[in-house]
Design a protein around this ligand. Sequence first.
Ligand SMILES: O=C(O)CCC(=O)C(=O)O
Ligand SMILES: [Fe+2]
Length: 200
Amino acid sequence: MLRGVEVYSGLLDGAEQAALLAEIRGVAAAAPMVHPVMRSGKQMSVRMTSAGRLGWVSDQGGYRYQRHHPSGVPWPPIPAPVLDIWHRVTGLARMPDCCLVNFYSEGARLGMHQDRDEGNFDWPVVSVSLGDEGLFRVGNIERGGKTESIWLRSGDVLVMGGAARLVHHGVDRIRFGTSTLLPKGGRINLTLRVVDQGST
Ligand SMILES: O=C(O)CCC(=O)C(=O)O
Ligand SMILES: [Fe+2]
């Protein structure tokens, strides 16, 4: 546990990681990674795409879930091995609506934020790390205050649920080249979310 966040270190073995990577390559082939911009117009350093009924997008209109990739193509389905991880760690029959795929190349980071674009915070968010190590920081429900960090390694899985569902979190940096899973280096993170947005 890290401030209420459940950490499953090394949950996925090498073969599972390789199988997952192959699935994610398929997702990125169908729905190419984009470099989103934030409402401010500033480009994020992380590249993203999604799988599932809904995908998470950011542009000058703000953050939201939508049914299509920015290019207009539908998001591919969430791969079965990804849904299997969700089921293993949450035990829930309800499956996630969105698998957000983040790619961190050397120097990429993700500022402290809450995952709060979903309609219902009763469902957990599950995060899967693949590739290079990433320094994950967890703070509080409120902005600011003390934080704690851990290095997430390839095959680690986190659950932000219950009282920790809305903790602030971010990725300060990655240790480029610390994993051989991705031949060119970098870190992939998958976050699985139930969106529950009424009519969406
Ligand atoms: O890359 C990570 O470990 C976290 C990703 C994240 O917080 C997000 O996509 O909302
Ligand atoms: Fe997040």
